[in-house]
Write a protein that binds this ligand. Structure first.
Ligand code: GLN
Length: 202
């Protein structure tokens, strides 16, 4: 089976490990650069992107992960993980770093300060069934995408209707919401399928 790491510096690592374990892959937490060598792909959890950025620098993971991304490693980021894949971050801390990879501008905490978390329907192309019940927690949205980025999903209704909340560029996938918190495994399965296509069984 394929081997998928979950970046375990901060955030909802356990929930992603559990979702992957249910998706017929080997999943393990990654904290050090050497541990990256053993994985075919990486998941970046939700949490706090400024903390993940600081810890990635401290643990010497920023450049190794950027290099693996440049080498084609599949990565899926949810929420803070989406921010960590963005080429440009709005409303970030000035010293905030990302792994980059997806040519997009994301705005942190975009859905408004009065509503820290909310649920909404999201329609996602490409994923079986299409409609998601999505949980957003101080979530970003995507304000702009480059021409190589495919918009996969938008908020279906409510005040934020039409906002881009799921994207893919090559082997990189990002959602502003948290499928790891709802027990809906379709996004993880979609990612596992991406990983299988990128790294045939060994
Ligand atoms: N607001 C967080 C950030 O900027 C993301 C929130 C989340 O991952 N649930 O990193």
């Amino acid at each position: 089976p394929v081997n998928i790491g979950v970046l375990a510096l901060q955030g909802d690592v356990r929930e992603h490990l559990a979702a992957l374990a249910e998706s017929d892959v080997l999943a393990r937490p990654i904290r050090r650069p050497e541990e990256l060598d053993g994985v075919d792909a990486l998941v970046l959890p939700g949490g706090e992107s400024t903390a993940i950025s600081n810890l990635a620098v401290t643990f010497g993971l920023l450049d190794p992960i950027r290099e693996r991304i440049a080498g084609g490693m599949p990565v899926y980021g949810s929420c803070a993980g989406m921010i960590m894949l963005a080429s440009t971050v709005l409303d970030g801390r000035p010293d905030q770093e990302t792994f980059r990879g997806i040519d997009m501008t994301v705005r942190r905490n975009a859905f408004g300060r009065q509503v820290d978390s909310f649920e909404a329907a999201v329609t996602i192309d490409d994923v079986e069934g299409g409609d998601f019940h999505a949980i957003f927690i101080r979530a970003p949205w995507v304000e702009e995408v480059g021409e190589d980025v495919r918009v996969l999903g938008r908020v279906a209704d409510g005040p934020a209707a039409g906002r881009i909340v799921a994207v893919r560029q090559g082997n990189l996938l990002a959602t502003a919401f948290h499928p790891e918190l709802t027990g809906d495994l379709r996004v993880h399965r979609y990612f596992v399928e991406m990983v299988r296509q990128a790294a045939p069984a060994r």
